[in-house]
Design a protein around this ligand. Structure first.
Ligand code: SF4
Length: 485
């Protein structure tokens, strides 16, 4: 039977065996909707295609659902959005789809494939096409017939002949205007919003969700992969963003949003305008955002607070100024500390984002990070295990700077894949544990969590409900049970 050329099935792979999903602490703590796929689905549907989404991260054991959709809908394309750690699971699903529905074409997108591009086509026969960078226009061109003449599709990597080499046509010359895009197809996400959850203690109320309002970042931190949206910064206007928030509030009952932008306040005028709109016509919503110290000041913080800002995250990375200077522009830790104090004083919860094990990290630099964080009014922090991802400037040099295992399936920032020179994996794990323990032993921090009883009662209920999983995590510090300690 013929395949339906007007249909595509979009899949967000889990990244590991479905049986392990229940013990995955990152799923327990945080389950974000696959917004990229929802944006692609909305864009394709606007252009006459029918797109369905299966999110294996929210719904493990989805192989049967995928096969059922392939059998009933017979889509001509399956699209898989993958990170580094979920790429091989994506390849497995692609092979499954090809076996179940001969003739189906597999398309991969996301950060990992955008970084490695055509070379993946040579190593993985189940991958037919790779959409590099911003996905909407390239995917639309591909499914609209471009697959027959792939050399003409900008932004596409493809295989030249059945066993031929991979080719990449180069990035698209024109970026999309974000206000021209439809809102993500949230309704295509099974169980949205109830099936998804922000990190515990990172929101006051439920239902809540994440929302992306910009693409790209002009900075060039050594550890950050910019392969998808690169270094331009484009954003939705305040009016579009207000309408988007209203849509989420009115049609899905969302009461709190996490703006999942790299730099929410990079364009000051847009934030001023948005806060004006939210104050003139309140939506009854609160929100979180991520900011850089250079792009926040007392006036803007006060505006954001009045408009409903509940928490701000700031990238600290390390409290060692010399180490920071090796990896990031404007590495002024005193300036950053001042901004964190200012945000806290305005009544906004603060979250620090740090990394452990950067190239150049030492016992002394970890101690400096602890001293730095513990001296600041930081309510919450996330300590990622540094991972050199393909596409980040440091990736190419990682093998020279330490021991790099490069086991893609474990490259999720929760497993130590890179050990800087002079350190050991075991010592890094001990320091990781000590960092969190030190944080939770501070009376002010503990009081802050007590205050969450009334500031975020929903978080406490979740926390108590998942206490076993959290206690198990403190013992192993790996994402899933069975990981190497
Ligand atoms: S880490 Fe943040 S500031 Fe640095 S390049 Fe990435 S998104 Fe930009």
């Amino acid at each position: 039977m013929k395949l339906d050329a007007s249909r595509i099935l979009l899949v967000h792979p889990l990244g590991y065996r479905a049986e392990e999903a229940g013990a995955d602490i990152s799923r327990v703590a945080n389950l974000m909707p696959p917004l990229g796929l929802a944006m692609l689905a909305a864009y394709l549907e606007r252009h006459g295609f029918s797109a369905s989404i299966i999110d294996c991260f929210a719904h493990p054991f989805s192989d049967a659902a995928i096969l059922e959709r392939l059998r009933t809908e017979r889509p001509a394309f399956i699209g898989l959005s993958c990170t580094t750690s979920s790429f091989l699971d994506g390849v497995r699903i692609a092979a499954l789809a090809k076996a179940a529905l001969p003739g189906i074409r597999t398309v991969f997108g996301g950060s990992h494939v955008s970084a490695l591009k055509a070379r993946l086509l040579e190593d993985y026969p189940a991958v037919d096409f790779i959409v590099v960078g911003e996905g909407e226009a390239t995917l639309l061109e591909l499914v609209s017939g471009g697959w027959e003449a792939p050399a003409s599709v900008e932004g596409l990597a493809w295989r030249d002949g059945a066993d031929g080499p991979g080719r990449f046509n180069g990035y698209r010359r024109e970026a999309l205007v974000l206000d021209d895009l439809p809102f993500p197809a949230y309704a295509r996400l099974e169980g949205f919003p109830g099936a998804y959850r922000l990190p515990i203690f990172n929101y006051p109320t439920a239902p809540n969700s994440s929302c992306i309002t910009s693409r790209g970042c002009p900075y060039a931190c050594s550890y950050c992969d910019r392969s998808v949206f690169r270094r331009s910064f484009r954003f939705n206007s305040a009016a579009y963003l207000y309408d988007h928030m209203r849509h989420l509030r009115r049609d899905f009952g969302i009461r709190h949003l996490n703006f999942y932008d790299d730099q929410f306040t990079l364009d000051r005028r847009r934030v001023e305008r948005l806060t004006d709109l939210l104050l003139e016509r309140p939506l009854g919503m609160t929100f979180n955002c991520t900011v850089r110290a250079e792009h926040i000041d007392a006036d803007l913080v006060a505006r954001l607070k009045r408009a409903g800002c509940w928490m701000m995250s700031l990238g600290i990375e390390t409290g060692d100024p010399e180490l920071l200077a090796q990896h990031r522009q404007n590495p002024d830790l005193d300036h950053l500390a001042g901004k964190i104090r200012m945000i806290k004083k305005a009544g906004i919860r603060t979250k620090g984002l740090l990394m452990l094990g950067l190239p150049g990290e030492s016992e002394a630099s970890v101690r400096k990070s602890m001293d730095y964080v513990y001296a600041l009014p930081i309510d919450d922090f996330n300590l990622a295990k540094f991972t050199p991802f393909p596409g980040s400037p440091i990736y190419e040099k990682a093998h020279e700077l330490g021991t790099f295992e490069e086991d893609w399936e474990k490259m999720d920032c929760m497993s130590i894949q890179f050990v800087p020179r002079g350190m050991t994996k075991a010592r890094l794990e001990e320091l990781f544990r000590a960092f969190y323990e030190g944080h939770f032993r501070r009376p002010k921090v503990l009081l802050g969590y007590v205050a969450m009883l009334w500031r975020s009662p929903h978080s406490w209920l979740r926390f108590l409900g998942s206490l076993g999983a959290f206690l198990a995590f403190t013992r192993r510090t790996e994402r899933k049970a069975g990981g190497t300690p």
